[in-house]
Design a protein around this ligand. Structure first.
Ligand code: PXG
Length: 481
């Protein structure tokens, strides 16, 4: 390859007609060619590449609203909003326009060295307007994982400013998910990720999750069980020593871990314990943030007040990568008034990402999309799921609120008995969904739904009826009726 571009006169290529451009943009090669090239050169995240390369990936070529199209022309309804992120749905021109305009105006400048720029200023002011009252400051990064790395840095700095240097431990939960950087992976409680990590971040420990269906013993009610699980935090703090504990982090509801919704007793007790022992409370809002539960932030649904919130995904509806951490005033004050905070990324507050985030948040606000999830589509979605699967022979529990749900597949729903070989049945069901042109994610034997927040009732009906078909087919394959 030659880099001697100065010798080459640049010739503007002839512009193809708009329709030809669109065809090119969506598909330039046959499915077989795409698959062969993908297998030859692309390592996918969280995948067994040998087996994937043998079967071939599904090639997604375009999207609009709540629908995706693959390279074979199949129209697929996206029950997962991409990976829990495309909150405003696909194809919103406002976001593309914001990116285009910003790229021409100022595609990049940094926010180090005493500089800033309009998009990041507008975004910060808008987030302060949309977030709960005490959240007025935001630090930016590119992803949820980096957001949680940033959380660790802020927590550490906060306690240093308070002169409490021994407060180093962060408590998190088994089966929580906080990303896949070394810090995110350590904070998360996924054993299969820990096994493959070269090393872990120090001073991170885990307590049990509030997973009632799978882990409650005896005759505990969901409320009693959730309270007991929250009280494990207190036991862990006493074991480590409150002077050594810096923070507790949790997703208000566990997303990747299976849409696990704790009973109402859980978060108030966690908050009480954090306050009692002077421990920062961090809500990882990467999935729950920006309307998923019908509130702007999921911690508002559960009624607690965190000190830090991690944001990503719905911040830009996934159109471009961006993450952030929101700081409660009391934490922000300590960070602002105590000298250098030595943390930052080339793309902290990237102008194009910030411009897209602003356009996205304005859509969520001005089109009253979050309100609709709370008062209309969310309740409808939950009702349809609960009615459709009432007394279903392999559905043990439906969790969720707003536009997020987890369906527990179970051998004996009434006895809360799960299938042996956790995950096998989920995979069978997931494959039926896939073949039925519904994207529904499986975590073990829980089937997860988290559609774009702009979904309408007809589209909700389509998801629910396709999910029913897939779950019925799964039951039939298992010989259960
Ligand atoms: N926190 C939470 C609560 C998340 O769900 C992250 C942090 C990390 O964000 P980034 O942007 O670094 O990926 C996440 C991400 C799945 C799945 O299969 C879930 C996530 C990511 C990829 C796959 O459910 N959540």
């Amino acid at each position: 390859m030659s880099y001697r571009t100065e010798e080459v006169a640049y010739v503007q290529p002839a512009q193809p007609a708009a329709s030809a451009l669109a065809a090119q943009a969506t598909q330039q090669r046959s499915t077989a060619e795409y698959r062969a090239l993908d297998a030859a050169h692309h390592i996918h995240p969280f995948s067994d590449m040998g087996s994937l390369n043998r079967s071939g990936s599904r090639v997604i070529v375009k999207a609009q609203g709540v629908y995706l199209w693959d390279s074979e022309g199949n129209k697929v309804i996206d029950g997962m909003a991409g990976l829990w992120c495309v909150n405003v749905g696909y194809g919103r021109k406002e976001l593309a326009d914001a990116a285009y305009k910003q790229m021409l105006e100022l595609p990049y400048y940094n926010t180090f060295f005493k500089t800033t720029h309009p998009p990041v200023i507008e975004l910060s002011a808008l987030l302060a307007e949309l977030a709960p009252e005490a959240f007025n400051h935001f630090f930016y990064c590119n992803s949820g994982s980096e957001g949680n790395d940033t959380v660790l840095r802020i927590v550490h700095q906060y306690w240093a400013t308070q002169g409490k240097h021994s407060k180093k431990f962060v408590i998190s939960r088994k089966n929580g998910y906080h990303g896949s950087t070394i810090a995110g992976g350590t904070l998360g409680g996924m054993g299969y990720m820990h096994e493959q990590m070269p090393s872990k971040v120090e001073n991170i420990v885990h307590i049990d999750q509030p997973y009632f269906f799978g882990e409650a013993q005896g005759n505990l009610t969901p409320e009693e069980f959730a309270l007991a699980r929250a009280q494990q935090l207190e036991a862990k703090i006493l074991e480590i020593g409150a002077d050594n504990v810096a923070a507790f982090i949790g997703e208000p509801f566990q997303g990747a871990g299976g849409v696990i919704f704790p009973a109402s007793t859980y978060w108030p007790e966690i908050q009480r314990i954090c306050r009692k022992y002077d421990i920062l409370l961090v809500a990882d809002e990467v999935i729950g943030g920006f309307g998923r539960t019908g509130e702007w932030f999921a911690h508002q649904h559960f009624g607690f007040e965190p000190d830090l919130i991690t944001l990503a995904k719905g911040l830009t509806s996934g159109y471009v990568p961006m993450g952030a951490v929101g700081l409660h005033d009391r934490v922000a004050k300590a960070i602002i008034e105590n000298g250098d905070f030595n943390h930052g990324l080339t793309y902290s507050g990237h102008p194009v990402a910030a411009a897209v985030a602003v356009a996205n948040l304005k859509l969520l606000r001005d089109e009253k999309i979050v309100d609709r999830v709370k008062n209309d589509t969310g309740p409808y979605f939950q009702k349809q799921l609960r009615e459709t699967f009432a007394n279903h022979p392999i559905i043990g529990e439906i969790s969720g609120t707003g536009l997020v749900a987890g369906l527990q597949l179970a051998q004996d729903p009434k006895a809360r008995k799960r299938f042996a070989n956790g995950g096998d049945v989920g995979t069978i069901c997931r494959d039926f969904c896939f073949n039925g042109n519904l994207i529904m994610r499986a975590t073990g034997d829980r089937m997860l739904l988290s559609p774009p927040l702009v979904i309408n009732k007809l589209e909700i009906d389509e998801i629910v009826s396709k999910a029913k078909k897939a779950i019925d087919a799964t039951a039939q394959q298992l010989g259960i009726s």
